[in-house]
Design a protein around this ligand. Sequence first.
Ligand code: TRP
Length: 333
Amino acid sequence: MSQSSKIVFSGIQPTGKLHLGRYFGAVENWKKLQTEYDCIYCIVDYHAMTMPYDPVKLRENVWNLAIDLIACGIETKNLFIQSMVPEHTELCWILNCMCSYGELSRMTQFKDKTQQLKEKDKDDFVSSALFVYPVLQAADILIYKTNYVPVGKDQEQHLELSRNIATRFNKVCGKEYFPLPECLFTETPKVMSTADPLRKMSASAGDKHFIDVFAPVDNIRKQIRSAVTDTGETKSGEMSPGVANLYALLAACNSPRYAELNSLYTSGTLQYSQLKDAVADAIIDLVTPLQKRKTELLADKKAIKDEIKQSAAHIRERARKTVNEVRQLTGIA
Ligand code: TRP
């Protein structure tokens, strides 16, 4: 941590594999922020329970993600699992009293997820936890008196709600208690599915639509080799989405060959196989040290679990302090 004592907080859902879209879109940025801010990163298992889920898989996903994040360079002391700090849910209840039904009804993520459930599930069970999901998110953020929240644009509405809740809390208590958290939108590389370059790389769309950071490197090479290039629908003179995505991956990996391959494209002498080989090499260079680190971590799984529990205990101290103050301010106990 350097000059700044500003607090950064973010949360990540323990769903699916850690793929390159999540790596470039969030994790790499989280890693960089650690050198400048007081960072707290949380695996939000309580949030993952708001949609239908499998308890055995949940636990597995949580620990896998924790190890993956550490292998990617997130410092263990900055990482914890939400349910290890039950003060989040206590604060959530109090904040529920400061958030209106109307506000929550306007959340687009709630509407989208409700729609998804209707399409998928015969009995379309929508939990009330899904409805108050953004209040738990506000509690996650406010409990550490967070200044900045690195998130994607899709979370902007939730952040605005967190600010409204904080403002209402401050008003009720007659004190500027919670700082108003702001989104930190950092330019991050956007990568698309190599099987369908018109859709975002995502785990929910199926195996061929994402590249797992921890997949065997031969599989990664195969996946890049079979990437869609020309779809036949591109106007002449325009780079097709598939080729553009391969260049985006090359740039995201900081490949030293980017300029050279780009000039081959401009001069019309590029062979796609050359580009694909370069992209596969660049990704493999990027993931190899992360994979090595993961193997080392897995060699003593108990040690790493203990370390995370320890960091959660430290972080819990900070949360407890806030909740004690909040109890005072709100007339509880
Ligand atoms: N809702 C966030 C997402 O879906 C995850 C999240 C939970 C979060 N709590 C948070 C993000 C607090 C930032 C801050 O990505």
